[in-house]
Design a binder for this molecule. Structure first.
Ligand code: ATP
Ligand code: MG
Length: 244
């Protein structure tokens, strides 16, 4: 199960909105869980709004999660793992953020195109560096106006922070409209769809790179190691999670 954590030590930069959109994008091709460790429970609220109109158990909201490390351990033991776990975190509470980042295969850090907002991400950058997650971190310049010159200044500040090329997400009304209706902006706006697809492609690239690195570090390969992993069958009965 690949864990994608949205993190940032600046409020309102788009963690919840992009977690929601990423989970719904992931569910187009995989089995997905959402977990919300932000005491504000904004992602849970969005999931509940979605459940009012849309049936199905993918993505599926995991309830009562306090620690991502612990939740993953329990899912592993009970055989309820899925392909992806998408996690929303709070803008403060460093311990909660660190617990989620420690469990992450990919960390997404949304930032606004403003030097002060980027500076405010210093604390999350420190957590990421200390937990050796820089290589799997993807910054997202969010709510941008693509014509604005401030983007160049913001890119100068964020490009040196982590090795992966930042992704751009435009400021769009569909984020606000979608949130009210429990929909991803990509479900109601073609432009937003293209950008969320690009974010998903960025996530896949990081996962591919870290898979390759792990394989190389395990060289020389034995015959058994080269055999493709058998897909784990997902258990459904007695499921601890609530569907959205
Ligand atoms: N690309 C975007 N275009 C327009 N509005 C956006 C965009 N991304 C997020 N928003 C809006 O910005 C506001 C804050 O976004 P969001 O709640 O996702 O941020 P957050 O980082 O989770 O905030 P918090 O730290 O409070 O949890 C919301 O009203 C959301 O709809
Ligand atoms: Mg939030």
């Amino acid at each position: 199960m690949r864990t994608v954590v949205l993190a940032g030590t600046k409020g309102g930069c788009g963690k919840t909105s992009l977690a929601f959109a990423t989970g719904i994008r992931a569910a187009l091709e995989a089995r997905v869980y959402f977990a919300d460790v932000d005491p504000q429970h904004s992602l849970i609220d969005m999931c509940q709004r979605r459940a009012e109109d849309i049936e199905g158990d993918n993505p599926c909201l995991l309830e009562g999660v306090e620690s991502i490390i612990e939740a993953k351990r329990r899912l592993h033991e009970s055989g309820f793992l899925r392909d992806y776990l998408i996690v929303d975190t709070p803008g403060s509470f460093v311990d909660i953020i660190a617990d989620a980042v420690a469990a992450a295969d990919v960390v997404i850090v949304p930032v606004l195109a403003s030097p002060l907002d980027i500076l405010a991400q210093e604390a999350v950058s420190r957590i990421i560096t200390e937990l050796h997650k820089s290589a799997v971190t993807l910054m997202v310049l969010n709510k941008i106006d693509r014509r604005s010159k401030i983007i160049d200044e913001a890119m100068e500040l964020i490009v040196p922070m982590f090795p992966n090329k930042p992704v751009w997400i435009s400021h769009r009304v569909s984020y606000v409209r979608g949130a009210v209706a429990g929909l991803s902006p990509a479900e109601i706006d073609k432009g937003a769809k293209g950008e969320i697809d690009a974010l998903w492609t960025g996530i896949q690239k990081i996962l591919r790179n870290s898979r390759n690195e792990k394989t190389q570090s395990r060289q020389p390969k034995t015959r058994q190691a080269r055999r493709p992993a058998r897909r784990r069958k997902e258990r459904t009965e007695g499921h601890p999670a609530k569907s959205i």
